[in-house]
Design a protein around this ligand. Structure first.
Ligand SMILES: [Zn+2]
Length: 180
């Protein structure tokens, strides 16, 4: 087990070294990443993110569920409340799924999955939980429909846990929705 004493020791090193003071609450890269909780797919590492560059949402599978949409709506309000120093220009919404996702193991628990997506079990095939290329297409489609506006680009990526490489499944696409 990595214990808390060890974590506090590492933090002391961080605070004395890499810590950057004065970062803004808005991500400096106008970047939002939605990814899986899997320890192998931390966006900070696999996408080489800098401190303060991206807002990252992680859940089981990196899925766009109703809860994810609520989180995005809340973050939009936070952004509206913090206009000072806010970067201008397009936003990049990146959905990052991966191979060997533990979500595949949950296919045996359709009730659990259906509750997660707030759908009925018979609708689960539409969520492609056993196919990362399919699932990232499904979620990019939801993002383009539900959360993106003209100023949003949506991408769907799949990370390969065996090679460390990423395939672009959905190239950056401008959203359809124009409402605020
Ligand atoms: Zn996963």
């Amino acid at each position: 087990m990595t214990d808390t004493t060890e974590l506090i020791r590492r933090n002391a090193s961080f605070a004395a070294g890499e810590f950057k003071a004065g970062l803004g609450i808005n991500p400096s890269g106008n970047l939002m990443v939605i990814g899986c909780v899997d320890p192998r797919v931390d966006p900070a590492f696999v996408l080489g993110l800098e401190q303060g560059e991206a807002a990252v949402i992680r859940n089981v599978g990196g899925r766009i569920t109703p809860a994810t949409l609520s989180t995005l709506a809340m973050l939009r309000k936070v952004g509206q409340a913090n206009q000072t120093g806010k970067p201008t220009g397009d936003w990049n919404l990146v959905i990052l799924h991966h191979t060997d996702c533990g979500m595949t193991d949950l296919a045996a628990y359709p009730e659990l999955l259906a509750a997660y997506f707030e759908i009925t079990p018979d609708q689960l095939p539409g969520k492609a939980v056993s196919d990362p290329q399919g699932s990232v297409r499904v979620d990019a489609g939801i993002a383009l429909r539900e959360v993106s506006r003209d100023s949003f680009l949506v991408s769907g990526l799949v990370y390969d846990v065996d090679t460390g490489r990423i395939d672009t499944i959905v190239a950056p696409t401008r959203g359809h929705r124009t409402a605020p």
